[in-house]
Ligand binder design. Sequence first.
Ligand code: HEC
Ligand code: HEC
Ligand code: HEC
Length: 435
Amino acid sequence: MTTSRAEWRRSRAGRVVAVLAGLGVLGMVMGAWVAALNVRGEAPLRPEATRAPATAAQVAQGAYLARVGNCIGCHTAPGGPALAGGRAVTTPFGTVYSPNLTPDPVTGLGAWTSDEFWRALHHGRSRDGRLLYPAFPYPQFTQVTREDADALLAYLRSVPPVVQPQRPHALRFPYGTQAALAVWRALYFRPADALPRPVPGQDATWQRGRYLVEGLGHCAACHSPRDRLGGVRDEQAWLGGPMPAGDWVAPSLADPQQAGVQRWPLETTARLLRDGTVPGASVSGPMAEVVFASTQHLTPDDALAMARYLATLPERPVARAMAVQAPAAQRELGQRLYTRHCTDCHGDQGEGRPGRFPALAGNRAVTLADPHNVLQMIRHGGFAPSTAGHPRPHGMPPFGHVLDAEAQAAVATYIRQAWGAPAPAISALEVLRLP
Ligand code: HEC
Ligand code: HEC
Ligand code: HEC
């Protein structure tokens, strides 16, 4: 009796050991696989002496590309010196602080070779080999050509050096670990081919637009939804999603009822990118920052090329839920508030005033099913970006301190339902839930 029990224990222990050993081997194989995926496509780094010094044309080209990629927007702290880093970039997993890109040899890029810079942009790896967080949009920047990367570095080397050490990131465990990042990269990141492969059957303008939108412009960083691990799945591309801070949503570029421009004349899209406003649409919130810092500087040709590519994104409209009409009491309250606070600028019928105040009737930013953006506008107000084509935008005053949650919900619901196809009503609870 005792012997057989001891044997049974031994054999059970043997099985446990075998399973653990098996898991250990599996873990090592997976680990090796994740590690291999993290360095795929990387060439050995060469010493800098093998490269020619920068030309003035290269520096100018780099300055332009830095605008297109909005390096300054993310790498400049509010009120701080340009490109010296320290700006907080919010992610669902904590805060990442942008590094110093000025040519200071200790705290900036001064000692970086162009191979090292290329590896950061193309492979998402820092000079010391550390894996970088995708809050730095290298999943898009990996598309950038070596020539453009070298021009960017030539420009960054030409700006005044600033001594500003790195602020440590504040990410929750385990997201701050290199192991977590390695797994994330194995799941979601693939470096692009070193030379971009043209898509057959499309002309040069379209290819240029694709290169800018998918690469340096990193439009997908906001306009593609992220899953729970913060990754973008190919089949979800361009469907829109919430901004990490939870305040605004980036609408879908695949849905003409949201931000899709498939049915717009190309000139209109190009003008929206360069001016920030066109009849019937006006950028606000995070998109106003993108236009201000980045797309207003696009050459007319590049803006048109982007428009051309955006117009060919496959349409994937979301089926609209039947909008529930607001109860009579909310409708009356909304109408009263609208007449009192909004008609002066936006007009009795929400028709707006061309070039000054956007129309609210037929404005897709107003009828977007998700209520975040419309409520942000009402609560905080805002300015369209000041651009060459629209240098002195009028402002919209904030109403957060004038109207309580119930009143904000009522006026928002009113402008969504008063003119034409109604959008879902908004409740006071939704207003209170807003960050
Ligand atoms: C959306 C914000 C954002 C934009 C836009 C952005 N960066 Fe960054 N970048 C970051 C953050 C955040 C990091 C830090 C990542 C980390 O430490 O893991 C970073 C890291 C880097 C690094 C690595 C530096 C180091 O010390 O390891 C380089 C190089 C870099 N960025 C260059 C650029 C260039 C060039 C552009 C413009 C073409 C650009 N970035 C645009 C946010 C941004
Ligand atoms: C930092 C996040 C972010 C990035 C990067 C970004 N967008 Fe947006 N975009 C938004 C948000 C948020 C909105 C909704 C606010 C609004 O309507 O202006 C928006 C709105 C839009 C709209 C609809 C404007 C309207 O009123 O109809 C278009 C078109 C658009 N974006 C195109 C682009 C393109 C093209 C790029 C790349 C060059 C880009 N976006 C990059 C966040 C972003
Ligand atoms: C003093 C003039 C003024 C008043 C009053 C005003 N607005 Fe505005 N509103 C503007 C301007 C200017 C913009 C464009 C700002 C921008 O693009 O960021 C705007 C934008 C908006 C938008 C976003 C439209 C878009 O295309 O993205 C909404 C929604 C809106 N207003 C609603 C309201 C409501 C509701 C009220 C009343 C409670 C109101 N506004 C009162 C001037 C005004």
